[in-house]
Design a protein around this ligand. Structure first.
Ligand SMILES: N[C@@H](CCC(=O)N[C@@H](CS)C(=O)NCC(=O)O)C(=O)O
Length: 221
C-alpha cells in the first residue's frame, strides 16, 4: 500500500452490508480504522460523509467518502487491484456476479425484514420466499466451490454476511434454513475457512441480541 493512505470504515457490527466491506478489505490486506456508529444517534461524521442516505457502511479513502456496500466493493477492487480480484475480467461474467449481488439486495434483505419484524401471514410469506431465494442461489452455485468459481469473489462477499443473521431468522421464524439448504450451508463453511470471512462476520448471537433490541424498539413480539 502507498504511504499516507488513510482508510476509515464507518460501520455497525451487526450490519451485513458493513461485513461485506470488512471482508473485501481483509481479502486485499488493507489496514484501516474501524469506527462503530450508533445508528440511533448518528455521528456528525456519518451525516457529513453520507448526507443522502445517512447509512453505514461508508468507506472514507483519503478523506473522500464512498457509499453503498456493493459500490464500495467495486471501488476497493479497482483501487487495490494488486491482489484477490473480486470481479472477473470477462464482461459477461462480471455482469452475472453483479446480477446475483443485486438479487441478494432486492430479495434477501426484504425477506429478512418480514421474518424478523412481522408475525403471522406476512412472516410466513417471508419465510417461504426466503427459502425459495436461497434454493435459487443454491442452483446458481451448482457444483462450484464458490459463486466466483474456484475462489471467493464478489458474489460470495455480497452473500456470506447474511449467514450471521441465519440464527436470528431461524429463531424468530421457528424454521430451519440449514435443513432446507444443505448445499448453501456447505458453501458457508467453505467461506468461513477463509480468515477474511471468519474474522469479519459478526457472531450470530450478537446479531440476535441486536434483533431483540430492534423488536423491542418497534414493539414487535
Ligand atoms: N444499500 C445499502 C444498505 C445499507 C443499510 O441498510 N445500512 C443500515 C444498517 S444495516 C443503516 O445504516 N441504517 C440506518 C438508517 O436507516 O437510519 C448498502 O448496501 O450499503
Amino acid at each position: 500500500m502507498k504511504m499516507a493512505e488513510e482508510v476509515i470504515l464507518l460501520d455497525a457490527l451487526p450490519s451485513s452490508f458493513g461485513m461485506r466491506v470488512r471482508i473485501a478489505l481483509a481479502e486485499k490486506g488493507i489496514q484501516y480504522e474501524y469506527k462503530e456508529e450508533n445508528l440511533v444517534d448518528k455521528s456528525p461524521l456519518l451525516l457529513q460523509m453520507n448526507p443522502v442516505h445517512k447509512m453505514i457502511p461508508v468507506l472514507i479513502h483519503n478523506g473522500k467518502p464512498i457509499c453503498e456496500s456493493l459500490i464500495i466493493l467495486q471501488y476497493i477492487d479497482e483501487v487495490w487491484n494488486h491482489k484477490s480480484p473480486l470481479l472477473p475480467s470477462d464482461p459477461y461474467q462480471r455482469s452475472q456476479a453483479r446480477f446475483w449481488a443485486d438479487f441478494v439486495d432486492k430479495k434477501i434483505y426484504d425477506c429478512s425484514k418480514r421474518i424478523l419484524m412481522t408475525t403471522g401471514e406476512v412472516q410466513e410469506a417471508g419465510k417461504k420466499e426466503m427459502i425459495e431465494c436461497l434454493k435459487l442461489l443454491e442452483g446458481e452455485l451448482g457444483d462450484k466451490l464458490f459463486f466466483g468459481g474456484e475462489t471467493l469473489r464478489f458474489m460470495d462477499v455480497a452473500l456470506v454476511p447474511f449467514y450471521s443473521w441465519f440464527y436470528s431468522y431461524e429463531t424468530c421464524g421457528n424454521f430451519s434454513l440449514r435443513a432446507e439448504c444443505p448445499k448453501l450451508m456447505a458453501w458457508v463453511q467453505r467461506c468461513m475457512e477463509k480468515e477474511s470471512v471468519s474474522k469479519s462476520l459478526t457472531d450470530p448471537h450478537k446479531v440476535y441480541d441486536y434483533v431483540l433490541q430492534l423488536k423491542k424498539r418497534f414493539g414487535v413480539d
